[in-house]
Design a binder for this molecule. Structure first.
Ligand code: 2AM
Length: 397
């Protein structure tokens, strides 16, 4: 890195994907779309190039400057992006890179939505990075630094669109590609075995199954999230109470884009959802909102982190958020499960009402990047208007 670049971005302020070894390894095993965001002259390109250099064998840097797209509060239809979009789509379609770095101001909501759609279509986890240079919002300084020679006035017009941090639909840990595939495989095996289990077949009425003899659980849980993840805070782009405060937490800021290893201790099935129970470490609990359990079960007391899970599938008309509620139901029942023997690498127990859980003898470890999901509601496996959940006054929008 040039000495200019190291002065502009001191080590302590660099994103984990540049300086943390575990993150670097995990990013290499994931599909990540990095969106650099900020005013012209704020240091995006320096950061973008540094990331490209670090991941040179797997990365592709696509820059708006390279397509001569002048940053402006947009009034046009966005046609100037046609060629750049072509490069992005081809890169995704042909799997030319597992890390795509997009260098642009990213101030325009419509443009961002287009990119989130692409990321979602090709299953890229989005990471939004902003340069930490001291002058990033100082229009007087940016005037002399931006290569587009934007005037003070033009910069001042752009500034309000970039001052506010982008709050995602939800924050969470997003599984690395290989870990996600592996967990899906483990879950499929579990569902197959459970569906064929004699004792399970005795309780099929809980699943509303017309056939009294068998149930294809893989079909039953027809919808699975696009990218497997463990939600920490549902934000609805800042509309949910406490979302802005959560986004401002020091731990959230520090850990954004960092990799973690999550420990899965159990798999479960209910007539509504199937999921994996996650045991959070003390460090991971720093990212866990104190009211996460109360949000969905206000009248009960749970140890912090009890709701941590990965949704693996939902039944028709059931929302993903139900999985965490179902997990808390298991936690409430505690030791009350009836032991049903060994299955899928653990001890299977039946809790009544079609609730089954296998406690794994060996925890499954999955690597995941802490980031946000920014795309449209209802796309990443979350459906609206569920009829079968039993959520108490939870603020579903
Ligand atoms: P999940 O974490 O159980 O899968 C979008 O709906 C995502 O946010 C889903 O992953 C969903 O459930 C999670 N989520 C958490 N709390 C939510 C809430 N109160 N409303 C909607 N979704 C929520």
């Amino acid at each position: 890195m040039s000495s200019q670049a190291s002065r502009d971005h001191p080590e302590g302020q660099k994103p984990p994907l540049l300086v943390d070894d575990h993150t670097v390894t995990t990013v290499r095993e994931s599909k990540i779309m990095v969106l650099l965001r900020g005013l012209p002259g704020s240091g995006k390109t320096t950061l973008a190039k540094e990331i490209e250099t670090k991941y040179k064998d797997t990365a592709r840097l696509i820059s708006a400057d390279g397509y001569n797209i002048k940053p402006a509060v947009r009034t046009s239809s966005g046609d100037e992006y046609t060629k750049m979009n072509e490069e992005l789509n081809t890169c995704c379609e042909r799997r030319e890179a597992s890390l795509i770095i997009l260098d642009d101001t990213h101030h325009d909501r419509d443009r961002l939505e287009q990119l989130f759609d692409v990321a979602n279509k090709y299953r890229f986890t989005v990471v939004v990075l902003e340069p930490k240079t001291p002058w990033r919002l100082d229009c007087a300084q940016l005037k002399d630094r931006n290569q587009w020679k934007l005037s003070l006035e033009e910069l001042k017009n752009l500034r309000p669109t970039l001052e506010k941090e982008l709050i995602p639909f939800y924050f969470g840990w997003f599984l690395a590609k290989h870990c996600g595939s592996n967990l899906r495989k483990i879950s499929h095996e579990f569902l197959e075995q459970l569906g064929n289990f004699k004792a399970f077949k005795k309780h099929l009425q809980a699943f509303g199954s017309e056939d009294k003899h068998k149930l294809d659980l893989l079909r039953y849980f027809g919808t699975t999230p696009n990218i497997l993840h463990c939600t920490t805070k549902f934000c609805d782009y800042g509309k949910v109470p406490g979302a802005e405060e959560y986004a401002q937490l020091e731990a959230v800021k520090k850990c954004y884009s960092r990799a973690f290893t999550l420990h899965i201790t159990a798999l479960f099935v209910t007539p509504r959802t199937t999921g994996a129970r996650v045991e959070l470490t003390d460090e991971q609990l720093l990212l866990w909102p104190p009211d996460a359990e109360k949000e969905v079960m206000p009248n009960d007391h749970f140890p912090r982190g009890s709701r941590a899970h990965i949704t693996l599938g939902t039944a028709a008309d059931v929302q993903d958020v139900q999985t965490g509620v179902d997990l808390l139901e298991f936690v409430k029942l505690g030791q009350e499960g009836e032991s049903m023997g060994e299955m899928s690498g653990g001890k299977l127990a039946y809790y009544g009402n079609g609730m089954w859980m296998v406690a794994l003898s060996r925890k499954v470890e999955v690597k995941a990047i802490f980031s946000g999901y920014y795309g449209k509601a209802g796309v990443n496996g979350s459906r609206r208007g569920g009829k079968r959940g039993f959520l108490p006054q939870c603020q579903i929008v």
